[in-house]
Design a protein around this ligand. Structure first.
Ligand code: NDP
Ligand code: 8X3
Length: 258
């Protein structure tokens, strides 16, 4: 049995991309799962599939908009007994809308990105870490981004949210340094998921052009690193991991074959 067997993992944004791939890979390790996102139907499909393929684990699927504090409190207080004690919180839910220059970004878009990527991550952490402290066990894994290390034009607010994730991750690690709770951040470059389709408001052609001429990362590549990070011995903490496709060097430097 590996180190993650029987551990309970709370995943935000488990309905697609990196969150969904992580759910599958944690299931392969024998971890119990709390799958959350706004699209309940997708979560229920995943729950049904994983329950069949992994009869040894508990899978709980519940609708959760991370922007809603009341909903978070309700979800946490109503967790079934068999997944009540969260060992690993994967703060993965996140999004970007548009590539507008800062002076043109709409207020609603600013609010949505800040509320999802920053406030949501903080609210989940506030809801779950106290229980981890009481039990003396836990791991918070935040999904940051290369956009949280280096800003780029057309990404001002998204970059600001991911710089915030970077700061929050570091501050939390300092605050928890006397505890057994680990705090980690994984910062991907280009990953081919629904992320770009949402950025371009459903325009699939524009979304696909982001990944043209290079082999991007896929959700499973990041899920592997998340599971690896969670699976280190209890005294080892991977604090920060920056990961690119081979033809990307930073936020702005990407080599594309024409
Ligand atoms: P996807 O769009 O495939 O997945 C995003 C997930 O977040 C979905 O499950 C979505 O579920 C969920 N989500 C969005 N808003 C909310 C909300 N308000 N409440 C709850 N869940 C929400 O993209 P990725 O898998 O790529 O993104 C996962 C993370 O990785 C994000 O934090 C993103 O910023 C980060 N990232 C992505 C990169 C990339 O190139 N793809 C690179 C670097 C970082 P639903 O819509 O059902 O609520
Ligand atoms: C996602 C990576 O470069 O699209 O965080 O901002 S990027």
């Amino acid at each position: 049995m590996g180190r993650l067997a029987g551990k309970t993992v709370f995943i935000t944004g488990a309905s697609s991309g990196i969150g969904e791939a992580s759910a599958r890979q944690f299931a392969d390790e024998g971890s119990n799962l709390i799958l959350t996102a706004r699209r309940l139907e997708k979560l229920q499909q995943l729950q049904s599939e994983l329950t069949k393929s992994h009869p040894n684990i508990h899978v709980h699927a519940v609708q959760l908009d991370v922007r809603d504090k009341k909903q978070i409190e309700k979800v946490i207080s109503e967790l079934p007994e068999n997944v009540k004690n969260v060992d690993i919180l994967l703060n993965n839910a996140g999004m970007v809308i548009g590539t507008d220059p800062l002076v043109e970004v709409e207020e609603d878009v600013i609010d949505q990105m800040l509320a999802t990527n920053v406030k949501g991550l903080v609210l989940l952490t506030q809801a779950i870490v106290p229980g981890m402290k009481e039990r003396g066990v836990g791991h918070v894994i935040n999904i940051g981004s290369v956009a949280g290390k280096q800003a780029y034009g057309g990404g001002s607010i998204y970059c600001a949210t991911k710089f915030a994730v970077d700061a929050i991750t570091k501050a939390l690690a300092i605050e928890l340094v006397e505890t057994p709770i680990r705090v980690s951040q994984i910062c991907p470059g280009l990953v081919n998921t629904e992320f770009s389709t949402i950025r371009f408001r459903g325009d699939k052609e524009k979304a696909d052009s982001v990944y043209k001429g290079l082999q991007p990362l896929v959700a499973d590549d990041i899920a592997e690193l998340i599971v690896f990070t969670a699976g280190r011995p209890a005294h080892v903490n991977i604090a920060d991991m920056l990961v690119f496709p081979v033809n990307q060097a930073d936020s702005k430097t990407v080599y594309r074959r024409s």
